[in-house]
Write a protein that binds this ligand. Sequence first.
Ligand SMILES: Cc1cc2nc3c(=O)[nH]c(=O)nc-3n(C[C@H](O)[C@H](O)[C@H](O)COP(=O)(O)OP(=O)(O)OC[C@H]3O[C@@H](n4cnc5c(N)ncnc54)[C@H](O)[C@@H]3O)c2cc1C
Length: 374
Amino acid sequence: MSIGGQNEHSYDVAIIGAGIMGASTALFLARGGMSCALIDRRGVCSEASGVNAGTLTMQMTRAALIPYALKAWEMWGQPETWLGSDPGVTLCDGLSLAFSDPEIEILEQRAQARRQYGADIEVISPKRAKQIEPGLSDHPLAAAYCKTDGHVTANRTGLAFRAALKQENVHLFENMQVDAVAQIAGGFSVVSKLQPINARRVVLAGGVWLEEMLGWLGVKVPIKTLINQLAITERMPPAMCTVIGIANGLLSLKQFANGTVLIGGGWQGEGDRETRHTELVPENLIGNAQLACHAIPALMHTRLVRAWSGFEAETEDAMPIVGEVPGVEDAFVIGSAHSGYTSGPYMGKILAQRILGQTPEMSLFDPQRLVVNT
Ligand SMILES: Cc1cc2nc3c(=O)[nH]c(=O)nc-3n(C[C@H](O)[C@H](O)[C@H](O)COP(=O)(O)OP(=O)(O)OC[C@H]3O[C@@H](n4cnc5c(N)ncnc54)[C@H](O)[C@@H]3O)c2cc1C
């Protein structure tokens, strides 16, 4: 499908992959005056960007990425100003729990590292944690507290972006599998079974499929795949008002306005990015749910109604890949950010600044460091 009435397929930029990274890049490029084609084999925010836990936390973000996540958190706090509508943003307090002395140590180290980068995180007593979150059990021995937290309803992200992209006349090609990108005189040709799309520049924004996309341009960058499971409860009376995590990272909990509670924390499922097939691992679902009940006892009285999983990408050094494709002029790549849903809009904004010939507000993440010579 294409939005808008343009028949000739030649653009300033073709962005391949309409997750939060590609869609944000397209949005800011279009606002900067470039004509954009945004192409996805599914729909806008249908993969990781539409099925993730939507946590906007500093607690689990890598310390060096905190300045980016803080900028993004500010953007999420006022979605109407850049996205045009609110996909269900709640800003609230966040607590990361410790159930043992070694976990208290981890919380203190993590808090200190993140404070250095601007995140206001302090380790507090269980009594104070319970004042902030009355739904907590008596098990935590301490908690790391951060006011800069919150969540978004991830499965509403695509609708919000689609409306914003349409508003900016981004031409959206959904259900269009790209098979290759060929370099042609004056730019690139995006190759698919449908019509070719030509553009002066190309942005690869393929999530876990970035490795394949970079391969189209002869660049080898290994991308690891995580298969994260999530589960959601039926609607239940108010049980919690914060975002809850734990020191080892294996729990993320939040209750939405409709009463449902989303349970996650990176428990792994099984799957294969080539076939795009995933399977839930029931034992991991049970372990995740037990941990959730250990933190918020009211969850023992509710039922899970649905569970699913999605593909998350990670680079070799677990830092994002955002910048020029090495050795290929006018080709760019964006993805693999830890807490990538949180920081996605800001990453897209600064890559767009670079492509528009401006100096990005913050440094990009040079892909060259990840290239493997074959
Ligand atoms: C279950 C889960 C929970 C998570 N929880 C959180 C969280 O709470 N907070 C947080 O900040 N982050 C979270 N993340 C991470 C976050 O979701 C991702 O970092 C982010 O969404 C990645 O965005 P992306 O645009 O790079 O990739 P994606 O959203 O995966 O988008 C890539 C797009 O490329 C398209 N594509 C790929 N190949 C082709 C092709 N050949 N032709 C056309 N299109 C193609 C795909 O269809 C897809 O739409 C979670 C991830 C998962 C999976």
